[in-house]
Design a protein. Structure first.
Lengths: 266, 327
């Protein structure tokens, strides 16, 4: 509980720091919304040509995209700077997190916020409302709860994947190149339903780097399309479990990395 | 307060290879190079001491301070900081120490100084009364109120260092580690920080370990000097002892009544001539100033005299260079 209180205090300062640069704040927000509109526009053009994409209608794809964006928005708001871990390590500023009587992860994670997440969130909510209406969905409470879980799982998945990659920097000094590769997969998943890709790709984004659990699998459950998976339908419920597993894995790696840091000096 | 015995810290670093593939190869590489950052040092520091910890860059100063902070785990040897082993009780140890690293600020860059201080108050769970009392003290001694509402990035280096110093002492630590706090700071601020360190030391019995390259810091605030080089402690004692032990060279400055040519003197050497003045370097164990003066005055009339003690900086330089012999 102490950690949580400390985290909110850190976040408050981080916001305050961000607000120092107001012009940057507004141009950033406008930029992200534009980017998202363009992204969706491209999908729209694609789908309007073929009427649907491998059995996915335009609004289903908007839904898919927005489910990803919602999880991503929380990630980019609070956890974006995990990618900056290597900078702290290289510049030697990581020591500050070990110098205080508090959890180093909380101190690190509370160091910055990235307001662009706000733009993602706004866009995601708007897109979701439109998709929900146009698809004529009427969810019971189970689906609403699962929807909430799916968003949180999406956030955790993106966070933990980035953390796992970032921790590589404890050994190599840099890790962004590896991270860039993974984010490439991530951006393919965010735009298109995974079933348009080949088996190898599906195996990779399911079992190896589980980005498909951010939006594709939970969307199948929420849109009653689980039959598309045949005997693998249960995968569409697995996002929260996969997320918990990833949290466990990345926490283990983080602690291991910290030990290594303090015995090697980074 | 601090007891360190046979402390060693060896770094094993993979031999890095270039490029992307190289970095992947480094990851799986088995080639290592070992550096002995701290190589078997032992010392004891009592409560209330102000110890100057000096040595050339890369001598192992920061590594030892990081071990005292619990950030680094020693390769072998023992450390006790006020009864605690820092790397085993890192968080408890963190409560009893304060640290300032001159090169890197501990404060939040984009927010006013006071916000950072409030945050440290929360992190260290400083009571309201103590917080208020300390802020008043820092206002008195460091004029903190002049810039407490300015974002750190807009502070001058001197102001930033004062703010960092305040942040390090907010939780009333028993020990203060100062790693080159004076770096790049102007003379006036240096003087203030020195006074502040002395005051904190006297009034609160805070034990201070100070790393610096400025020998004036050492002479003014430190009751003891430890010199580390190549990971080993090569000197441990106070400034006067160091002068006695290493500073066997003295310089006699003589101003003659008229221009005189350079001449030979037993046990002394002319090291500099300027107008009618000459500088004679001599070993104080071989000859005394009086016999030297007597000898010189028989040849040439003397107008004025002075004996110069070696500067502590020069002594330290000779110790670094390893040329100093114990007299």
């Amino acid at each position: 509980m102490d950690s949580l209180r400390l985290y909110f205090k850190l976040i408050r300062i981080a916001f305050q720091a961000r607000m120092q640069y107001r012009a940057d704040f507004f141009t950033g927000i406008i930029g992200v919304i534009t980017l998202n509109v363009v992204n969706l526009g491209l999908i729209g053009i694609l789908v309007s040509r073929f009427n649907n994409l491998n059995g996915w209608t335009l609004w289903e794809m908007v839904f898919l995209y927005c489910l990803w964006i919602l999880g991503h928005s929380i990630y980019s708001l609070f956890f974006w700077h995990i990618r900056a871990l290597e900078d702290y390590l290289i510049q030697g500023t990581f020591d500050q997190f070990l110098l205080r009587p508090a959890n180093p992860f909380i101190l690190f994670i509370g160091r910055e916020v990235q307001y662009l997440g706000l733009a993602d969130a706004t866009f995601g909510i708007a897109g979701f409302v439109l998709a929900y209406t146009n698809l004529g969905l009427h969810w019971d409470w189970v689906k609403w709860v699962f929807f909430g879980l799916a968003i949180v799982s999406g956030t955790l998945l993106e966070t933990t994947i980035n953390l796992l990659v970032a921790c590589v920097a404890f050994w190599t000094g840099r890790s962004r190149r590896v991270g860039g590769l993974i984010m490439q997969l991530n951006s393919m998943i965010q735009h298109y339903p995974m079933d348009i890709f080949g088996t190898t790709f599906r195996v990779v984004v399911t079992g190896l780097i589980p980005v498909a659990f951010m939006n594709y699998y939970p969307a199948l459950m929420l849109l009653d399309k689980t039959d598309r998976l045949g005997g693998w339908g249960w995968l569409s419920y697995m996002s929260p479990i996969v997320a918990i597993l990833m949290v466990y894995l990345s926490a283990r790696l983080w602690n291991f990395a910290l030990q290594r840091y303090s015995s090697s000096g980074g | 307060m601090i007891t360190v015995s046979h402390l060693k810290k060896y770094y094993q670093r993979p031999v890095r290879q270039e490029g992307f593939l190289g970095s992947v190869r480094t990851l799986f590489s088995t080639k290592y190079e070992t550096t002995q950052a701290v190589d078997d040092i032992s010392f004891h520091i009592d409560e209330g001491e102000v110890v100057g910890y000096i040595g050339p860059n890369g001598a192992g100063k920061s590594t030892s301070i990081k071990m005292l902070c619990g950030i680094l785990v020693p390769t072998s040897g023992d450390i006790k900081v006020n009864g605690l082993t820092p790397h085993e009780n890192r968080m408890e140890n963190a409560r009893q120490i304060g640290a300032v690293f001159g090169q890197k600020t501990q404060l939040w860059w984009d927010v006013p100084v006071i916000e950072s201080l409030r945050l440290f108050r929360d992190i260290y769970k400083v009571s309201g009364a103590q917080y208020k009392h300390n802020l008043e003290l820092f206002n008195d001694l460091l004029d903190l109120h002049e810039f407490q509402n300015t974002p750190v990035r807009q502070l001058s280096l001197g102001q930033r260092m004062r703010a960092d110093m305040a942040a390090a002492l907010l939780h009333n630590p028993r020990l203060l580690f100062l790693d080159e706090p004076m770096i790049g700071v102007d003379v006036v601020v240096k003087e203030r920080l020195r006074t502040f360190i002395q005051q904190i030391n006297h009034e609160r019995k805070v034990t201070v370990l100070l790393t610096t390259h400025d020998m004036i810091d050492i002479e003014k605030v430190c009751s003891r000097i430890m010199i580390i080089d190549h990971g080993r402690i090569v000197y441990d004692g106070n400034a006067d002892q160091m002068r006695n032990q290493y500073g066997k060279q003295r310089t006699l400055v003589v101003e003659f009544e008229e221009h005189v040519p350079d001449f030979e003197t037993p046990h002394a050497k002319i090291v500099k001539s300027e107008g009618r003045k000459k500088w004679f370097a001599f070993n104080r164990f071989e000859t005394s100033p009086s016999s030297l003066i007597a000898h010189i005055s028989t040849s040439y009339p003397i107008l004025d005299l002075a004996v110069e003690e070696p500067e502590i900086e020069a002594i330290v330089r000779t110790i670094y260079q390893g040329t100093a012999e114990v007299a």
